[in-house]
Design a protein around this ligand. Sequence first.
Ligand SMILES: [Zn+2]
Ligand SMILES: [Zn+2]
Length: 301
Amino acid sequence: MTCGRFRVTLLGTGTPIPSPERFGPSTLVEAGDQTFLIDAGRGAVIRLHQLGIPIGRIDVQLLTHYHSDHTSGIPDVWLTGWLTSHFGTRTRPYRVIGPTGARVLMENLERAYAHDIAIRLADEKLPPAGIAIDVTEFDRDGVVYAKDGVTVIAFEVDHGDVIKPCYGYRFEYGGRIAVFSSDTRYNENVIARGAGADLLVHEVASARPELMAEDYVQRIIGHHTTPREAGRVFAQTKPKLAAYTHIVRVSSNQIPPPTIADMVAETRETYDGPLVVGEDLMAFEIGETVTVQRADATAWR
Ligand SMILES: [Zn+2]
Ligand SMILES: [Zn+2]
């Protein structure tokens, strides 16, 4: 089996909050010479550009679910990746793999941007194949991609009774495993599919106890995993490294959000293993061990 680099980079660790520090949810996975994007929230193309990765270089766009914060960057990745400038350059179809709903989303984006596409075909003579869309949908757990030693397994998670479908992903490459929870409540399937993970990237949501009495706060937290619950997932899965992304910190006008330190402390009530709180552009190199590289603004190309 070919075995090159296996690297995960958190492009956006945020939520619908339009934060300049935490962009919309999106994660880059590089396995050998193949490149995957899991979701494309707000700003995904900016983060790719900061990494010096041409937007059109993405081989597969994976989708977890259809909350807009996970998909609002998709037209940007699709359209900007087609441009001939060095940051674009896609000449093959934009490959999308997602649960049921991916086709409707992409077909309607084609409709919405039909005028732009027609203009650029006529004016810039961009390659028609580069703006084509190749969608594969799935509706159950299983392998959704396998090529050149990379296997991607989708698994259903529980993001709430009406937020369906919603899937996490497990990547296997060169005997190493990276698992991504997607948005979910505490979920046994994450534990089952997280077995043997080198890296387990999990969502998390928290509010101060004073806020938990509010209905809307209970609704938000009820769609997600609290730090204490995430700790239980990590304790049972025992990854070489657990990492938080999609960091939901609920606040109100009167009550501030919990701090990152608060969330770590709460996680430590149920889990004492390796843990890191993700930041945008934080990268994980998965080898014998999992090493963490924090974003260094001066290193951006
Ligand atoms: Zn969601
Ligand atoms: Zn979300």
